[in-house]
Unconditional design. Sequence first.
Length: 132
Amino acid sequence: MHIHHIAIAVRDLDTALAFYRDALGAEVAERREVPTEGVEIAFLPLGTSEIELLEPLDPDNSIGRFLEHRGEGIHHLCLLVDNVERTIARLEAQGARMATPVRVQEDGTRYAFIHPKSAQGVLIELYEKPAQ
Ligand code: ZN
């Protein structure tokens, strides 16, 4: 298990990139809109982890509401695990609550979010990459 990415909610991707890319020096590997999640995303790899910048496309979606209530900042961290279902089974057996069911991305990545109430206030995403 390792940290796959740390996601930061931002009001404006270009403004955020002026800091994370231009000032800090991280490189942008990918930038794209994800209409199903209502966000535009930029990925900045850093070693085995990456920073994910999230700008909401709609002020009323979950990232938009997060910005409204909490302002810009860390939105979630994502842990790469070997098996999402097994990890969830262990968590639920220990009384933890999930925030979402398991979903599958186009590339086959399986993911789900643990409820922040079960994780000391941190929204944690679990990622399982498809077998190569
Ligand atoms: Zn994420």
